[in-house]
Design a protein around this ligand. Structure first.
Ligand code: HSE
Length: 330
């Protein structure tokens, strides 16, 4: 179990945790949002929550201890708890809570696995928030992040939180540190819109991570952390010019872009049509463009469609605001 696992627990939630003896409700239906991680300059630390794109999950209390997945629609994923992202994340939370009862879950996937918009993290975030809601929220949303990361580890072989943090907290989030885990929710300017193109090819996060160099030159690191600091500053001061200058990735994009057909063309067209920046969403193959205003974001989406139609590869295009809520009860 990683060091960060028990970080950020406070005495208040510890007390609440031990008072979880009774059900607050028997069943809950939740919406588990898609996310964009990395955001060019924040590899493994920066992410945002999308609006209207996501999975649904039904979680019901059961007398039998543990967690059983009774149904999955929309994706060919394992029903075995220990092989399923939601299953292992949920069990990590249940092992911590040590309850006398258990849960059954139905997962209805809309976010395709390997799409780059946080399919695994939607499941991992959804189950921990859902169980916590049924129990009357003994843990804070921030405290739930480390449990959801167990699901991310199963999916990718890496304990990163840049998708699960915005899925749980909503808005823009920054992982300030992993050891111990510290996540900060960042100001989210209201005019920011995302355009996402999801080419229908699969890029496994685990594979997209193995192609990255284990070490980077100091010059590269200086460029990346300058841009990350600048981007965070731009979000707080709502300085769109600064945000735009900072949306660059010199760490992962040079390697990963080769996995995504027409990445360079999409990026050029997005920037020519007024996007503040454009990069790989998570580990790809989805590409995001960030714009000021919905009209620009929609125009960028139309331009992206024209490029991708010529490739013969199926695709979806979404335009979304940044959602401030994260996983929500529906
Ligand atoms: N930060 C992660 C990566 C996001 O880029 O590998 C994908 O889960």
């Amino acid at each position: 179990m990683p060091e960060f696992f028990n970080s950020e627990f406070n005495s208040e939630s510890q007390l609440l945790r031990h008072s979880v003896t009774q059900k607050k409700m028997n069943q809950i239906k939740i919406f588990c949002p898609a996310t964009v991680a990395n955001l060019s300059c924040g590899f493994d630390v920066l992410g945002l929550c999308l609006e209207g794109i996501g999975d649904e999950m039904i979680i019901r209390k059961s007398e039998q201890k543990g967690l059983r997945i009774t149904k999955i629609t929309g994706a060919d994923l394992p029903l075995e708890t220990e092989k399923n992202v939601a299953g292992v994340a949920g069990m990590a939370l249940l092992n911590h809570l040590d309850l006398e009862f258990g849960f059954e879950i139905e997962i209805h996937k809309n976010i395709k696995a390997g799409s780059g918009i946080g399919s695994s993290s939607a499941s991992a975030a959804g189950i921990v928030v859902g169980i916590n809601e049924i129990l009357g929220n003994p843990l804070s949303r921030k405290e739930l992040i480390s449990f959801a990361m167990v699901g991310e580890f199963l999916a990718s072989g890496s304990y990163h939180a840049d998708n699960v943090a915005p899925a749980i907290l909503g808005g823009f989030t920054l992982v300030r540190g992993y050891d111990p885990l510290e996540v900060i929710k960042i100001n989210s300017p209201k005019d920011i819109y995302l355009t996402i193109i999801h080419p229908h090819i699969e890029v496994k996060t685990s594979e997209a991570r193995t192609i990255l160099p284990k070490e980077i030159p100091l010059k590269t690191a200086i460029t990346q952390w300058g841009n990350l600091g600048g981007f965070i500053s731009g979000l707080y001061t709502e300085d769109y010019g600064l945000m735009s200058r900072c949306l660059q990735d010199v760490v992962a994009e040079p390697y990963r872009k080769n996995l995504i057909p027409e990445f360079d063309t999409i990026k050029i067209i997005a920037l020519e049509n007024g996007a503040l920046g454009c990069g790989i969403s998570g580990s790809g193959p989805s590409i995001f463009a960030m714009s000021k205003g919905k009209d620009t974001a929609e125009n960028v989406g139309n331009q992206m469609k024209q490029i991708y139609t010529k490739t013969g590869i199926g695709f979806d295009v979404y335009v979304s605001k940044v959602c401030d809520m994260g996983v929500k009860v529906v």
